[in-house]
Design a protein around this ligand. Structure first.
Ligand code: HEM
Ligand code: HEM
Length: 141
């Protein structure tokens, strides 16, 4: 169970990052061009679904991984890599996922408008940055 989940979370990370990134870039280009994008809704939805799937895998992983919740201790907090896997990465990514979900939800009412592009650009962009700064780059890819 653990090894399958860990491998899935590890490989699916590519898809999630790519989908969130594409939606953020499409939104950025639409915003820079001062023109709403009719396709953005689809990109934003795909980004949301990939991000939610990754969240679901991450949440389960947190409870079954020896590097997740079971590794929380004073000693782990003193070890930067242990702390990254058991605390910083999960917490930061949950915050990022909340931002992305709020962004999608807000943009749903603004389909195709410039305001929708601005919303996705800001929320997905911020979410992506938060995810990227707490990826365990030492062991991935
Ligand atoms: C831990 C697991 C998950 C949590 C906590 C979660 C949470 C949420 C929340 C709060 C929303 C509401 C957004 C809104 O206001 O419209 C949402 C929407 C959505 N979620 Fe998730 N989700 C999870 C897993 C998944 C999975 C596994 C998938 C799919 C494959 C998924 C697909 C979606 C989709 C498609 C929507 C948007 C529906 C719409 O168009 O309004 N989610 N999710
Ligand atoms: C979009 C969001 C996320 C991305 C892109 C992501 C990506 C990654 C990557 C690349 C790894 C390293 C995998 C490896 O060692 O090969 C990892 C590990 C891990 N992730 Fe995530 N993750 C996300 C969200 C989450 C969330 C929300 C949680 C938990 C609440 C979580 C929990 C974990 C845990 C516990 C590990 C360590 C697994 C182990 O070494 O046993 N992740 N994640």
């Amino acid at each position: 169970m653990y090894s399958i989940l860990k491998a899935s979370h590890s490989h699916f990370a590519w898809l999630a990052l790519l989908a969130i990134g594409i939606a953020a870039i499409v939104a950025l280009m639409s915003y820079m061009g001062k023109k709403g994008s009719p396709q953005l809704k689809t990109f934003a939805l795909i980004g949301l679904i990939m991000a939610h799937l990754q969240l679901l895998m991450g949440l389960i992983l947190y409870f079954v991984s020896p590097n997740g919740m079971s590794n929380l201790s004073g000693a782990t907090m003193k070890d930067s890599f242990g702390r990254l896997l058991a605390l910083e990465h999960p917490l930061m990514n949950i915050i990022a996922l909340v931002l992305i979900t709020i962004g999608y939800s807000k943009s749903k009412k603004l389909i195709g408008t410039l305001a929708a592009s601005k919303t996705i650009m800001i929320y997905y962009g911020l979410g992506l940055i938060l995810i990227l700064i707490r990826i365990p780059w030492q062991v991935w890819p």
